[in-house]
Every structure is written in C-alpha cells, then in structure tokens.
Design a protein. Structure first.
Length: 306
C-alpha cells in the first residue's frame, strides 16, 4: 500500500467533506454569494429549496443531521481505515431524508403557492389604502414564513437604494418560477406606469395563484404512487450498498488505493442515479417567462464580445 498516496487521498476526501458540510450549513443560514457567482447562486437556491421541501421535523433539525453525518463519516473512516468509506457514509446520512421523501413533495409547492397568494392579498389590502408599492414591500412584516427569505432580500435591496426594476428582477431569480416572473412583470409594469388599479391586479393575481395551488393539490394525489416506488427502490439500493461495504469479503476489492478511486467513481454514479430517480418523481415546473440570471449574463457577455 502506498502510504503517501493514501494520505493524499484521505486529505482530499476530508477537504471535500468539510467543504460540503460548510456549504450545506451556509445554505441553511441563508448565505448568498457575490453577483458573479451565478452558478453557485443557482445551486444554493436549489439546496435551500430541497431542504425546505422536507417534512417539518427533518427540516428543522437538518443542521443537527449534518453534524451527525460528519461524526458518522469520521467513525467509519477510523473503523475501516479508508477515507472514501467514511465520505460515502457521511453522504448517506446527510441524504437519508431525501431518499425517504424522493422528489420532495408537491405539498410543499402547494404551501408555497398558498403563501404567495396570501402575500399578494396582503399587498392588495394595504395598497387599497394608497401606500406606494415600494413602501409596502419594505415594511410588510406579516409575510408567510415560506417567503420570508425572498421578501426579506427584496426589502433589503429596496432599502439599500437599489433601483426598483433591478430589485424586482432579482426577486424573480429568488422565486425561480413562472408565477414569480408574473409577479415581477406586474411590479415592473407598475413601476414604469404608476397607473391606478394595482390593488385589483394584485387581487386578480392572487386568485390565479390560489387556483394553481388547488390544481397542484389534485395532481399531488395522483403522483404519490410514483414517489412511493422511488422511495422503495432507493432504500433497497442503499441497503445493498451498505451490506457490501460493511462485509469484509465483499468490500475487500475496495480496500486498496486503486479500489478507493474506483469506489469514488461508483459512489458518484450511484448518487447520480438517485438524483435521476428523485427527478423522475418530481413534477416538472412550468418554464419561466423572463430571462434567468444565467441567460442575462450570457446576453451581456455576447454584447460585450460584439
């Protein structure tokens, strides 16, 4: 066994584990990267939303689960003597709730749509009293908990003096949905025209979102079987992998430096297959109608190159 090779492999796995845990905790604490990190922003948003889709018990204690995953990874590494075993054990523990609840749950999206509708109704009620939209967005403190991150970020941008049209565009990126784009378009049209009727428009938009939530709730009932099948397949696959790695006779080929490299490759393929299975169990979101942050960056780069 090449000890220097093994030490380097162990250091690499340890660094990857530390970076993964740090990134996960940052997601949960609401950290945002700089404007240039568009891809990082997208992955952070997906991570935050994936955790938000978990049942309340898992969602509220996910930081504790990350700590447990780190401890399990270290213990498995110490017991087996191989770093990749520990890394995969940590990933398995951290990913357990996503295996138990594949594809999240459309119920979480239903709750999100209902929260958006409630937020729109609140703004329509306050706007009926004549308060400017920007002031409503900066001071409204009764927003449903599901939307407090997005609305809080919007309020902070408006309070900092950022032009409203830019702040609204970034709100669309935070919401990341067609409904969000419709709301952004409504805000931007009002910002440009300052015409009457905003309260009625907000109420009408809220009614549309309420209807979409009701329709999605019906679809959710039809997709439970697909998620149940995905859960069974994932749990069975994890059980088989656990037995293989826990059995000395089966895991002997992986107890070498070359075997550890192969195990990283197999583990990556296995995790990718679970992601694919999870994606199959999800309802595809409606395509956005406004350019995303990545598309806007590509357009700006193309203009700069021209």
């Amino acid at each position: 066994m090449n000890s220097s090779y093994l030490s380097g492999l162990g250091a690499l796995c340890g660094a990857l584990a530390a970076l993964s845990l740090t990134g996960a905790v940052a997601v949960l604490r609401g950290w945002q990267p700089g404007p240039a990190s568009i891809s990082a922003t997208r992955w952070l948003r997906h991570g935050r939303r994936a955790v938000a889709e978990l049942p309340e018990g898992w969602r509220n204690n996910y930081r504790l689960l990350l700590a447990v995953a780190a401890v399990v990874g270290v213990l498995v590494w110490a017991f087996s003597g191989w770093p990749v075993h520990g890394l995969l054990a940590a990933v398995a523990v951290a990913g357990l709730p996503f295996v138990l609840y594949p594809g999240g749950s459309e119920l979480a999206e239903v709750a999100r749509l209902e929260a958006i509708a409630e937020w729109l109704h609140q703004m329509a009620s306050v706007r009926a009293g004549g308060k400017p939209l920007e002031e409503i967005l900066k001071t409204l403190d009764t927003v449903p908990a599901v939307l407090r991150y997005e609305t809080g970020a919007l309020a902070a941008r408006l309070s900092s003096g950022m032009p409203a049209r830019w702040a609204y565009r970034m709100l669309g990126d935070d919401l990341g949905s067609r409904i969000g784009d419709d709301i952004v378009r409504l805000f931007r049209d009002h910002n440009a025209s300052r015409g009457p009727g905003l309260s009625a428009a907000l109420s009408a938009q809220a009614a549309l979102v309420d209807q979409q939530a009701s329709d999605l709730h019906d679809i959710e009932a039809e997709r439970r079987k697909a998620r149940s099948e995905a859960r069974r397949v994932s749990i069975f696959a994890l059980a088989v992998v656990t037995v293989i790695l826990a059995s000395p006779s089966y895991s002997a080929p992986f107890a070498t430096p070359l075997g550890q490299v192969g195990l990283i490759i197999l583990g990556t393929l296995f995790i990718a297959s679970l992601f694919w299975l999870r994606r199959m169990a999800r309802l595809e979101p409606e395509p956005r109608t406004l350019p995303t942050a990545r598309e806007r960056a590509a357009q700006e780069n193309a203009k700069g190159a021209a």
